[in-house]
Design a protein around this ligand. Structure first.
Ligand code: IDP
Length: 141
């Protein structure tokens, strides 16, 4: 096995709710290393590139609005099997279905909005990770 890198986003609801420290603590406590970290408000171009696979879906406009509504924190995390490992830490997409013990299961719930606000993003494959790291951290791509 070799170390992987994954792209994690602490979405604007995580920043707005003051959960950056709690989420980063879970990532570090699990044993993953933070290679790069930056807070900024995403541009429309970054979000269009990041969520290209969802363009045309009913929730896409709400997703882009949610993700651009305030600052987010982009992180490159590194470690053995960190791609599936961070997805396990994050839990299921829908926070109602996310298991207790996961970031989404413990810290998120469904709000009365058209888009699911679930605090974090984590790359879902090595191919996605490479693509997403090059979007958010072109200098590492
Ligand atoms: P993931 O973030 O768990 O990998 P994706 O399917 O890649 O899930 O979806 C990206 C994001 O879009 C989700 O994290 C969530 O914020 C939002 N989303 C996904 N599916 C739905 C849906 O059916 N309704 C509303 N929002 C959704």
């Amino acid at each position: 096995m070799t170390a992987q890198r994954t792209l994690v986003l602490l979405k604007p609801d995580a920043v707005q709710r003051g959960l950056r420290g709690e989420i980063i603590r879970r990532l570090e406590t699990k044993g993953y290393d933070i290679v790069a970290l930056a807070q900024r408000t995403a541009t429309a171009e970054e979000l269009a590139a990041h969520y290209a696979e969802h363009e045309g879906k009913p929730f896409y406009p709400g997703l882009v609005e949610y993700m651009g509504a305030g600052p987010l924190v982009a992180i490159v995390a590194e470690g053995e099997s960190v791609i599936p490992g961070f997805r396990s830490l994050a839990g299921a997409t829908n926070p109602t279905e996310a298991a207790p013990g996961t970031i989404r299961g413990d810290l998120a719930r469904e709000w009365d909005l058209p888009v699911i606000q679930n605090l974090v993003h984590g790359s879902d494959s090595e191919e996605s990770a490479a693509r997403e790291i090059s979007i958010w951290f072109p200098e590492l791509g």
